[in-house]
Design a protein around this ligand. Structure first.
Ligand SMILES: Cc1ncc(COP(=O)(O)O)c(C=O)c1O
Length: 404
């Protein structure tokens, strides 16, 4: 009889969003007349920008013509996209990242789950708490996290770095030295971030202690404050200790189109082994490239028209963030985030736990959010609302919450 990867059996419960989906479906079935507003899952609602649609149409036409048809894409990504990324996202910000340090993919979820393959099975990971669940779960599947304690909701071999109102959402450096440190900034779920000086402390720590930082910058486009870095490579020395993950999902609405990339600098080495070469090998073996059509759409993100249209799209969502943040504050809630990220993190009222507040909001305001405890034990007592809804629904949801 074959054997399964037993590590999968260790994963607790179902994925957060499927639990939410089931609860909402049950409520809707019992109350078919209620109009539910979803500010839970971090999915976008605005259509693709015209410059992107135009690029998609053009690329589709090319695929229908023998002279311009393209088959397999280069597995590391087309040069036209990698250069646009290197020039716009990095060189223009003073980061010395070149096209051959950029690996185009189908999105940051897969990259953030796959990147752990580069590291030894007995590596110790550190995560902020609360955290985007993929970082932990992918390491659970790889057998790196030890045993799960349902009481503490923690894994025995994971270093947790609480990120709470008490420490201003700036986690302390871990006391035990981890091999891999996952940082997501601006943060999902808390919507908070670090300044460049605060991030520099982590880069210095990683270089000093021989740790690698996996830096998830999926929400980079939402940064509005000048002292918040858009890339970890704005920090001195980051090229010798950090891998950066980026996504086109939130800045350009590609959640259903699928595109992302990972930066692995050539200077990032374990002894004399290049992680850039390892990731290239991994990509070449396991990935056959993001679709040509989609990469052309990605290129349009960096065109002048694309940049202007997407700036407006981000501003639209950030206006929603302001509506939520101001509305909640007016209703007496304690709120965080929403300034450099499309997430608002609120303290649940009257000592309700996160799931109690989820039910309360669903039943009394017909608004769906995400319980903070789903992101880790330090998320208990908090709740996440997203700014990715449409404006009218966001305003309506806040009116209902204010009326509670
Ligand atoms: C922190 C973080 N990283 C990555 C992703 C996934 O991005 P993608 O759509 O590119 O897979 C998300 C999506 O919600 C996210 O919140």
């Amino acid at each position: 009889m074959y054997k399964i990867n037993e590590n999968f059996q260790k994963l607790p419960g179902s994925y957060l969003f499927s639990t939410i989906g089931k609860k909402v479906a049950a409520y809707q079935q019992a109350n078919p007349d209620k109009e539910i507003i979803r500010l839970g899952i971090g999915d976008v609602t605005q259509p693709l920008a015209p410059a992107i649609i135009e690029a998609l149409h053009k690329a589709v036409d090319e695929m229908g013509n023998a002279a311009t048809f393209r088959g397999y894409a280069p597995d590391l990504g087309y040069e036209f996209l990698r250069s646009a990324i290197a020039n716009t996202d990095y060189k223009a910000r003073g980061c010395d990242i070149s096209a051959d340090e950029i690996f185009v993919s189908d999105g940051a979820k897969s990259d953030s789950a796959n990147i752990q393959e580069l590291f030894a099975a007995d590596s110790r990971i550190a995560v902020t708490d609360p955290v985007y669940p993929v970082y932990v779960d992918s390491n659970v599947m790889a057998g790196r996290t030890g045993e799960y304690d349902p009481k503490t909701e923690m894994w025995s071999n994971v270093i947790y770095m609480p990120s709470t109102a008490e420490n201003g959402f700036v986690p302390e450096l871990p006391k035990e030295v981890p091999d891999m440190i996952y940082l997501c900034l601006p943060n999902n779920p808390t919507g908070t971030t670090l300044t460049k000086d605060e991030l520099q402390v982590w880069v210095d720590y990683a270089n000093k202690n021989g740790s690698v930082i996996i830096f998830d910058a999926a929400y980079e486009a939402y940064i509005s404050e000048a002292d918040v870095p858009h890339s970890i490579y704005e920090c001195e020395g980051a090229k010798t200790c950090a891998i950066e993950l980026r996504s086109f999902s939130k800045n350009a609405g590609f959640t259903g189109v699928r595109l992302g990339f990972t930066v692995v600098p050539k200077e990032l080495k374990c002894g004399d082994v290049s992680l850039n070469a390892m990731w290239a090998r991994r990509h070449g073996t396991k990935f056959n490239g993001a679709p040509y059509i989609v990469q052309r759409a990605g290129e349009a993100v960096y065109s002048e028209a694309g940049k202007a249209q997407l700036k407006d799209q981000v501003a639209y969502y950030m206006n929603n963030a302001k509506v939520i943040k101001d509305g909640l504050a007016e209703a007496g809630y304690t709120v965080y985030g929403g300034v450099n990220a499309p997430y608002i993190w609120l303290k649940t009222p009257e000592n309700m736990n996160s799931w109690e507040f989820f039910d309360f909001l669903l039943e009394n305001a017909n608004v769906v959010g995400t319980p903070g405890s789903g992101f880790g034990p330090s998320g208990e007592g908090y709740f996440r609302l997203t700014a990715f809804g449409n404006y009218e629904n966001t305003v309506k949801a806040l009116e209902r919450i204010k009326a509670l």
